[in-house]
Design a protein around this ligand. Sequence first.
Ligand SMILES: Cc1ncc(COP(=O)(O)O)c(C=O)c1O
Length: 395
Amino acid sequence: MKKSDMKFDTRSIHAGGPHTNPENALNPPIFMTSTFTFENTDKVDAVMSFESDDYVYTRGNNPTLRLFEERMTSLENGKGAVAFASGMAAISSVLFSFLKPGDNVLVHKTLYGSSYNVVTKVLPKYDIGYRIGDLESVEEIPGMVDENTKVIYFETPSNPNLSIVDIRKVCEFARPRGIKVVIDNTFATPFFQRPLELGVDVVVHSATKYICGHGDVVAGVAVANDADYILSLKFDYMCEFGGVCSPFNAWLLLRGLKTLGVRMRQHEKNAMAVARYLEKHPKVSQVLYPGLEGFGGHETARQQMSGFGAIVSFEVKGGLEAAKRVVNNTELFQLAVSLGDCETLVQLPAAMTHRGYDHERLKEFGLTESMIRISVGIEDIEDILAELERILALA
Ligand SMILES: Cc1ncc(COP(=O)(O)O)c(C=O)c1O
């Protein structure tokens, strides 16, 4: 069977390669080397002129990184991928790759805190402007851009309030105008959503999250449909800015990917049960989860995703003090930033992951100080619900 004909769960284990494996080990070796040797200067010329794609130096390429990139390319259905040291290295490199002084980027109003900081604090230092809009109202996008808008960047579902942006409609607007569409697919993963198939130019991930799945790696990846762009992103940006992923981390990511489908099914099943439980709880005033029929983005999510992910955000009736009592009294859950691990994690976005947002304008951004975000883990659902019951009694 050709690898490209295999189903998602099979490709998450087998896609990519064949990789260098002199001893026929089941698992690929980890190439922990900074540099690679050459037989002679003819070989040097062949590699340095890109006639051969042999390896030179790990900041440019490495067999373990290449295998991870090939696997991600297959899972996102792209033409190539670049691994990065972190999600933020991937996001900032991709933004810099498309933007120059005088340009501007349009972003959705809720973004991961550090992405918001790059757009609103770092890019303007290079005379790159930004516009913040509600991209859920696709029909209003024409009024948000001008001839200098070169990139539309968003997360869907977004962090932390799970906004759903209609990917296909944004791409239909952007493509004829030459605007690049970049999306952060961290929450959905390619198991639930493949934006390149809907017309997106570049997909970025914090691979730290579900791609890894075990909370032991910080890494990122960008995947695109254009092989020439990927070559430029790798050698003009990743390699020159230097945000290279460690081969050891790439190996852990390959291990994590083997169970991506199994984990995502369980994460989602648990998240749905958590959302339904919270919806009925007398101390809860609002539940944000794209899988709930009453959620604003539910219909669009149903059309562009094959599942709704496992991040649930909610509000308790007593406001910030009650929310603090909830997250300060967890036993099974952990109070922590990050998400996508086997463990259930809870946090207060306004005080933690989104602390850099302008607090006067939190509400306008769809965030409140008392919002609680849960990354629902894959523990037994009865234990998860029992923990919720116990901590909500304290709200
Ligand atoms: C949606 C999203 N994108 C990007 C990032 C940044 O990724 P990293 O921490 O791997 O740099 C995060 C981190 O939490 C995130 O939640």
